[in-house]
Design a protein around this ligand. Sequence first.
Ligand SMILES: Nc1ncnc2c1ncn2[C@@H]1O[C@H](COP(=O)(O)OP(=O)(O)OP(=O)(O)O)[C@@H](O)[C@H]1O
Ligand SMILES: [Mg+2]
Length: 257
Amino acid sequence: MKIAISGKGGVGKTTFSASLITAFIKRGFNVYAVDADPDVSLGSTLGLPAEELAALRPVIEMKEIVEKRSGGSGAFFSLNPKVDDIVDDFTVKQGNIKFMRMGAVKQGGTACYCKENSFLYAVLNSLLLDKEDVVIMDMSAGIEHLTRGTSRGVDMIIIVTEPTRVSVQTAKIVQKLATELGICRVKILANKVRTDKEKDFVVSQFTNEELLGIVSFDEAVLENAMEEESGLLAGSGVMPGIEEILEKILREVTCKP
Ligand SMILES: Nc1ncnc2c1ncn2[C@@H]1O[C@H](COP(=O)(O)OP(=O)(O)OP(=O)(O)O)[C@@H](O)[C@H]1O
Ligand SMILES: [Mg+2]
């Protein structure tokens, strides 16, 4: 199962990704945790060892190795999807987590890094998933990263939003684009909700079907972000209600193929 997490800057994508990863781990899944945001923070939010994170090479650096293997041709990848053995060199492993970072990929404007992007997503799509394997991708803010290539093979995209008009507006733009790109399950997660008024606001903006969950603003989550050495794997600062959200995801993905 592959799940992408998207949304406006600062809404809680990384915190939600890390919380969801810990919930999947607790349930006995193997998780590929993928930091697709060039502004890397998923690894430290999870609480993976800082030295290992610092030494971790981004997956984009695999490109040369794979190109060499396939005789240096440009159209290499689809012909040679066997990369499991190399992928291991680009991951930090801890328990049932395999963490990897995609690497800086500039987007937009005329300078398209399409080749690099397709490489990265071809790598992701080549990960041979067992039934108990999950890929969770923490995407960067905005919509530039959402393309046909990046959304291929994604079972669900979860768009995180705060209970504000601006954040909801961005969420709706991402929602529309994700639907157009053919991602079959496009869900909204309202985060940092403090009051009934805020809750009513998000409920008024999306249908029941669209809303995956509503997560309250939680002091412990924010406090955890201040700690220098902490991490969600240690159990502190995990978003409230994450288990119920996980259940809902599992029902959606397994019941509606
Ligand atoms: N439910 C919550 N309650 C309290 N604080 C929260 C909650 N969710 C996220 N935060 C805090 O909001 C801040 C931003 O969260 P986070 O870094 O996860 O957002 P992001 O969407 O990944 O940001 P960016 O776009 O910069 O990658 C962090 O300080 C985090 O601790
Ligand atoms: Mg983030």
